[in-house]
Write a protein that binds this ligand. Sequence first.
Ligand SMILES: [Zn+2]
Length: 67
Amino acid sequence: MEYIVNKNAQMGTGCHKIHTKECKNGPKKENRIELKECMCPLEAEKKAKKYFTIVNGCKYCCKSNCL
Ligand SMILES: [Zn+2]
């Protein structure tokens, strides 16, 4: 699965949301940073943390499944 992270933080929480590329709740193309192919949401989260301090998986597409 390919993942992306929102360049823009959420209002209030300052959190950058991680989504799969297919997620309908994901940000617009110009607001995405490509995280490329990841085994699971946790791997995507690690990659996203290189860009942003506070990241969080989308509750629709990033239900953790590799713990
Ligand atoms: Zn999502």
